[in-house]
Design a protein around this ligand. Sequence first.
Ligand SMILES: NC(=O)c1ccc[n+]([C@@H]2O[C@H](COP(=O)([O-])OP(=O)(O)OC[C@H]3O[C@@H](n4cnc5c(N)ncnc54)[C@H](OP(=O)(O)O)[C@@H]3O)[C@@H](O)[C@H]2O)c1
Length: 268
Amino acid sequence: MKVLVIGAGNMGLTYAEGMSKSKLLKKKNIMVLDKSEEKLEELQQMSHFDAFSELKDCVPQADLIFIAVKPYHAEGVFKAIKPLVNSQQILVSIMAGVTIASIKEITGLTKIVRAMPNLPAQIGKGLTSYVISSDVSRIEMLTVESLLDTTGKSIQVKNENFIDASTGISGSGPAYVFYFMQSMMEAAKQMGFSKEDSTVLVRQTFTGAIELFNQSNLSPDSWMERVASKGGTTRAALDSMDDNNVNELIKDAAFAAFNRAVELGKEY
Ligand SMILES: NC(=O)c1ccc[n+]([C@@H]2O[C@H](COP(=O)([O-])OP(=O)(O)OC[C@H]3O[C@@H](n4cnc5c(N)ncnc54)[C@H](OP(=O)(O)O)[C@@H]3O)[C@@H](O)[C@H]2O)c1
């Protein structure tokens, strides 16, 4: 199988590197195309994959075309590849808000996978949710899934509404975690810790809590019960969060991202 990645930015390169490291594909079967001269030089130096600047030189030989340009460049790329594609090719798009219907309409292709990754994909710890169009066979779906899994884990969702929903949870989610970390670091500094110590306190607390969660079958609720005893310090903090409706505010934030993803979907 030959894979072509169009757009060698943060995400495109993340997937190209993930596929190349995974040994699922041989180096000669990973093609990467970008329009900028600077990027092309960088790609040629990397030597993990074949670099291209012209669609006509790589699109026709690809079995799977992976598109990772910004959403506002999507239409231009779709129009440009249209005369070069054939009906057996699979197109995987990771572009936020770009719908399967619009991809089909402009490219004429019918085997479409729409995926939504997140930032930790860059270190192999990502979560990609994806949905397939009805023309994608089970075997093709499994192939695409194994390629997406080279950057972490993936889950298949029922329809595109769940892609927008997963944008609100896993897509934008890393920023919610950073937000919480930032607040805790600020609290530590207000208590008198240095910037360095505040960072260590918070980083190790998050790492430890996540490891505990990963190594057990307990829910976050059960862990909170274990940590918080009646009349104790943790209970005081959790009560303060409940009194301030923090739980509802976090859910509102996730829905704000979900709703924005739906809105963006109407733009492209
Ligand atoms: N970053 C994330 O965490 C994340 C998460 C979920 C989804 N996504 C999606 O991933 C996609 C890519 O995001 P990114 O952050 O990787 O963007 P990026 O770093 O800007 O990468 C896009 C690359 O594509 C190139 N490009 C633009 N038009 C092209 C064309 N016609 N042909 C070939 N290459 C072209 C760009 O070159 P120029 O810079 O010269 O324009 C750039 O090198 C976006 O659609 C985004 O919605 C990203």
